[in-house]
Design a protein around this ligand. Structure first.
Ligand SMILES: *[C@@H]1O[C@H](CO)[C@@H](O)[C@H](O)[C@H]1NC(C)=O
Ligand SMILES: *[C@@H]1O[C@H](CO)[C@@H](O)[C@H](O)[C@H]1NC(C)=O
Ligand SMILES: *[C@@H]1O[C@H](CO)[C@@H](O)[C@H](O)[C@H]1NC(C)=O
Ligand SMILES: *[C@@H]1O[C@H](CO)[C@@H](O)[C@H](O)[C@H]1NC(C)=O
Ligand SMILES: *[C@@H]1O[C@H](CO)[C@@H](O)[C@H](O)[C@H]1NC(C)=O
Ligand SMILES: *[C@@H]1O[C@H](CO)[C@@H](O)[C@H](O)[C@H]1NC(C)=O
Ligand SMILES: *[C@@H]1O[C@H](CO)[C@@H](O)[C@H](O)[C@H]1NC(C)=O
Ligand SMILES: *[C@@H]1O[C@H](CO)[C@@H](O)[C@H](O)[C@H]1NC(C)=O
Ligand SMILES: *[C@@H]1O[C@H](CO)[C@@H](O)[C@H](O)[C@H]1NC(C)=O
Length: 431
């Protein structure tokens, strides 16, 4: 028992890491299960590829990262995809992913200096203590990812990654007076994700790289308005500002973000109408305005957006008649409009079976009653209920067809089988 537990534990603590090297050779990549006896996949005619720079190998070892003699051709774990180039005399590290580190991994400046050829450095579930990165490494890094790792980061530290194009920090507190400290220095950043980092302050407006395509500042404590200048970021594809404390209205120029595909501002304190200009965003696939205080009527142009798949407008103060028809609603993968007390749906165009979570309208377009959620909706005579839906409800009205009996027996039998298997497994484990 004791032994199995420690084994499982050390298995879980296995450090998976991936090393990509300069001038990746496409043929030697991603062989799913590499057996050590087999030589590496034949490289085209030339001599055998050289090994990793011994200095870099020693640096990896000094960081307590499990590795082999030549991590290029011998991956340190089954799950690694290791790719090597044929550079002479030695190859160099381009990419290092530290995932699920064990506790004894520790960063040192000397080792990191030797690893400063890295362009892609990722820490995922790797709670090692952070250190200052040597300047060479800092200026080389293009992709930096830190998810639930390195304990904490400072805005000033992140702002030194001046050549970074892709920055992702999730579930790590960032100490800074606002995201602008970081954003204003990353002139090449196309993707900026700082999510659940306890950032305070306001949203940067003008300091973004004009080419930025992906901004996710969700799950922070950002206050104030969405700056109008953010709508000048015409390459923006994903914008996620959900779960902050933003106030004010969506800028009326929101529709200038013509590349936008995903927009979420859910769980803030935003108010006002859905801007008319949104209709000029042809590519929008996901719009989440839920849990705010948006008001006004829901514009009918949303129902004409061909690419829309995800529409969440719940928990707001929208009012009036829902302008969508059934075919639009059914086409969506996600559609939520509940918890808008002054919003209602037209009973002659939409069935109550859609369970929209809002009340039907009276003839003046006001909600008739609280949203009908009771199954006893027989009084709404305009829809003839297909009995298949209703017979599943708990009314034990006697028509249990033979199919249902068979199904019941099958379920009971399979549960018993599962229980037996479970008990056997349990007794083996405890033996
Ligand atoms: C890290 O380990 C946990 C188990 O401790 C496992 O569930 C998870 O998938 C691992 N993560 C990665 C990226 O391998
Ligand atoms: C990083 O950017 C600076 C200017 O911002 C430039 O001088 C330097 O060469 C860049 N470094 C690399 C490795 O691209
Ligand atoms: C953010 O702050 C809260 C409350 O102080 C804390 O519970 C949470 O763990 C912090 N989040 C991170 C990513 O540090
Ligand atoms: C934006 O990207 C284009 C090419 O996609 C490039 O020519 C231009 O220099 C970039 N501008 C900035 C500010 O990064
Ligand atoms: C926005 O971020 C939240 C929280 O991080 C996440 O749950 C949601 O899926 C994201 N939405 C989009 C459209 O990216
Ligand atoms: C954008 O929205 C689509 C549809 O909901 C979703 O599948 C996709 O993961 C989202 N992308 C991002 C980056 O959030
Ligand atoms: C929306 O709310 C604002 C106050 O937040 C109010 O001034 C405005 O008249 C409301 N609009 C509608 C259409 O109810
Ligand atoms: C539903 O509405 C869309 C536009 O809002 C329209 O193109 C489509 O023809 C309508 N479908 C039906 C069945 O009325
Ligand atoms: C509901 O739809 C019908 C048919 O399109 C229309 O005549 C009626 O005015 C609508 N009712 C409301 C309250 O909008």
């Amino acid at each position: 028992m004791e032994k199995t537990q420690t084994q499982t534990k050390s298995l879980f603590r296995l450090l998976f890491f991936t090393i990509f090297l300069h001038n990746i050779h496409p043929i030697t990549t991603l062989t799913p299960a590499i057996s050590p006896s087999k030589p590496p996949t034949s490289a085209p005619s030339t001599t055998a590829p050289s090994k990793l720079d011994p200095k870099q190998l020693r640096a990896l070892q000094s960081l307590n990262i499990p590795t082999t003699k030549d991590p290029c051709s011998n991956p340190p774990s089954l799950h690694n995809a290791i790719r090597c180039d044929t550079a002479k005399p030695f190859r160099h590290l381009l990419s290092l992913h530290l995932i699920n580190c064990s506790d004894d991994v520790s960063l040192s400046i000397t080792a990191l200096k030797l690893l400063s050829t890295l362009q892609d450095l990722q820490f995922i579930d790797c709670p090692v203590a952070p250190v200052a990165f040597p300047l060479e490494l800092v200026s080389n890094i293009k992709t930096f990812t830190c998810i639930n790792s390195l304990k904490k980061l400072s805005g000033v530290w992140l702002s030194k990654l001046e050549n970074v194009t892709d920055l992702t920090v999730i579930d790590v507190p960032i100490k800074a007076s606002g995201p602008v400290i970081v954003v204003a220095h990353l002139n090449k950043a196309n993707k900026v994700v700082m999510s659940r980092t306890n950032l305070t302050g306001g949203l940067p407006g003008k300091s973004w790289n004009a080419n930025v395509s992906h901004i996710d500042l969700s799950g922070n404590h950002l206050k104030g308005k969405i700056p109008i200048s953010m709508t000048e970021l015409e390459n923006l594809v994903h914008l996620n500002l959900s779960s902050n404390q933003l106030t004010g209205e969506l800028p009326s120029t929101m529709g200038d973000l013509i590349e936008l595909r995903n927009l979420s501002v859910s769980s803030n304190s935003l108010s006002g109408p859905i801007p008319e200009s949104l209709k000029s965003i042809p590519s929008l696939i996901s719009l989440d305005l839920s849990s705010n205080q948006f008001n006004g009527s829901i514009p009918s142009f949303l129902g004409k957006m061909k690419g829309l798949k995800h529409l969440n407008l719940e928990k707001n103060n929208f009012q009036g008649v829902l302008p969508f028809n059934e075919s639009f609603i059914k086409k969506l993968e996600v559609f939520k409009i509940g918890d808008n007390t002054n919003l209602c749906y037209n009973r002659t165009t939409l069935s109550s079976k859609l369970k929209l979570g809002i009340a039907p309208c009276d003839k003046n377009g006001f909600p008739l009653s609280p949203p009908a959620q009771s199954p006893s909706s027989d009084d709404e005579g305009d829809e003839d209920d297909s009995s298949s839906e209703d017979s599943t409800s708990d009314k034990s009205g006697g028509h249990h067809g033979p199919n249902k009996v068979v199904l019941g027996v099958a379920i009971a039998l399979s549960s018993i089988v599962f229980l037996i298997i479970f008990l056997i497994l349990l007794s083996r484990r405890c033996a």
